[in-house]
Design a protein around this ligand. Structure first.
Ligand code: SF4
Length: 147
């Protein structure tokens, strides 16, 4: 009960970049948490400690290089938790899906995110609008707080 009340008053989000152009990360860090949208006024904070996180926000196409790290970060986040996949790269590989040359997609990309860890909320777009990212985070908060 106490944990539930505390969570309602303080939600921590961990942002993990898994490959891509960083456009989605800019929208999260420099827009959603900017003074304009100011997610912190609603007691939603960024953290870089998975043990402190409630919601994992994942951007990027998930390269094979970061696949195992993403899985480990997900496992370290305590239950109940939620995952928000942000951007077309995270949802379906985006512009990186069909990378050609000697390194074909199967040699380079392990994603989309839902191939690696369970995804609760999907936010499409390249890059998604801050309003859509906030709406996705709100859906994830409902899952974390209400179970
Ligand atoms: S979805 Fe678009 S903006 Fe986001 S990381 Fe991929 S290419 Fe960049």
């Amino acid at each position: 009960m106490l944990k539930k009340i505390a969570r309602k008053k303080c939600i921590h989000i961990m942002l993990v970049y898994t490959g891509g152009c960083n456009g989605c990360d800019i929208e999260v860090v420099n827009a959603v948490f900017s003074p304009f949208y100011d997610a912190e006024q609603y007691n939603v904070f960024l953290t870089f400690n998975p043990r402190e996180a409630d919601i994992l926000v994942v951007s990027g196409c998930v390269t094979k290089f970061v696949e195992e790290s993403l899985r480990k970060i997900y496992e370290k986040i305590p239950e109940p938790k939620a995952v928000v996949a942000v951007g077309s790269c995270a949802l379906m590989g985006g512009v990186y899906k069909n990378i050609g040359g000697d390194l074909g997609p199967s040699d380079f990309i392990a994603g989309p995110v839902e191939n690696i860890i369970p995804v609760d909320v999907k936010v499409p777009g390249c890059a998604p609008r801050p309003e859509d990212i906030i709406a996705g985070i709100v859906k994830a908060i409902h899952k974390v707080v209400e179970g």
